[in-house]
Design a protein around this ligand. Structure first.
Ligand code: FES
Ligand SMILES: [Fe+2]
Length: 348
């Protein structure tokens, strides 16, 4: 599936930038191949406009902000957060007249993140009740582009069979490769997967978790939200809860912008944020090294790649995405331009 070719994917909210990074804009961002300019407008609201001036197509993100309006760097035409042109400096008094402006996109903020939808969203931004629960502290981990499509990133995080290999240096048990089979619970917006997985518990994690043993068990409750975000809730035997939110936005057919933050049921005194980030970064870099070298055009058809039983979550993602396309009258577009014959049956 080439994400920029599937129109229905424009109808979801995507996490584009952490709210605290919006200051100092304007910022360029590419979402599903569409160039955007992001900034905080005069009312303090996050704004997303097409990054293309309506005068001579200059990139607004190369301009600057003037009292919450973005100024084009070419001739100074100035746009408000709703896309309306509010000043044309070459005209008397700068009056832009009526009906001049650029396209503005739906833009909002939740969980300390700016979200954009290119077209009317099919669903709301996923619910995350723990975010406002004082029982949890928040730890920001990273914001960065990965050279991998969202579907590869998503199915990897629901794949119990890769731990013993990809994560052999961090938490995978290399000589126990037989994976735990997951249990899935369907949801209209995705699914939740449950699994109790034995893991290696290295010294840094022993301190991070307060578990003085070289092995422990992760009780996983992982939620996939169509199309490319997930919540990974891990409960350890001592009751500690570690929630990793991995929110991704498709930049283009090959790349995703990834935001990751934690919600933890302990305190900074129990485990410094710096050490939590250190271990999770080791794990995510292990995933990244593999995923960035996989084929970016993930087939939705079950016959497109070979599978094993622990691939069920990834197969379910493919099946649900195929059904989404079919429901909106679309066929899956592949790299060679072909439409796979299995799509119809995958969508049933
Ligand atoms: S191109 Fe933007 S003002 Fe001329
Ligand atoms: Fe992984």
């Amino acid at each position: 599936m080439l994400v920029t070719q599937q129109k229905v994917l424009r109808r979801f909210w995507y996490p584009v930038i952490p709210s605290d990074r919006l200051a100092g804009g304007p910022h360029p961002f590419t979402l599903l191949g569409t160039n955007l300019v992001l900034f905080r407008d005069a009312a303090g609201k996050a704004a997303a406009l097409i990054d293309r001036c309506c005068h001579r197509t200059a990139r607004l993100s190369k301009g600057w902000l003037d009292a919450g309006n973005v100024v084009c760097p070419y001739h100074g035409w100035t746009y408000a957060g709703d896309g309306k042109c509010v000043r044309i400096p070459q005209r008397p008094g700068g009056d832009p007249g009526k009906n001049i402006g650029v396209k503005a996109f739906r833009c909002t903020e939740r969980y300390g993140v700016v979200w954009v939808a290119l077209e009317e969203p099919l669903r709301d931004i996923p619910a995350l009740p723990e975010y406002d629960d004082p029982a949890y502290r928040r730890v920001f981990e990273f914001y960065e582009p990965w050279q991998a499509p969202g579907l590869r990133i998503m199915e990897n995080s629901f794949d119990n069979a890769h731990f013993a290999f990809v994560h052999k240096e961090s938490f995978g048990i290399v000589d126990e490769p037989e994976p735990v089979q997951p249990r899935l619970e369907a949801d209209p917006a995705g699914f939740t997967m449950y699994a109790d997985v034995p893991v290696k518990n290295p010294v840094l994690q022993q301190a991070n978790l307060g578990i003085a043993s070289d092995r422990t068990v992760r009780h996983y409750e992982k939620t996939w939200w169509m199309p490319f975000s997930r919540k990974m809730k891990v409960t350890y035997p001592n009751g500690l809860v570690h929630i990793i939110m991995t929110l991704t936005a498709p930049i283009d057919d090959r790349r995703s912008q990834v935001i990751q933050f934690l919600l933890r049921s302990d305190s900074e005194a129990d485990a410094p944020a710096e050490n939590l980030i250190k271990f999770d970064r080791q794990v995510t870099h292990e995933d990244m090294a593999i995923l960035e070298a996989c084929d970016h055009d993930v087939p939705l058809s079950p016959t497109g790649e070979l599978h094993m039983p622990t691939d069920r979550p990834g197969l379910e993602m493919r099946r649900m995405l195929a059904r989404l396309l079919a429901e909106h009258g679309e066929s899956e577009v592949r790299r060679d331009g072909s439409v796979p014959p299995m799509l119809a049956s995958a969508a049933e």
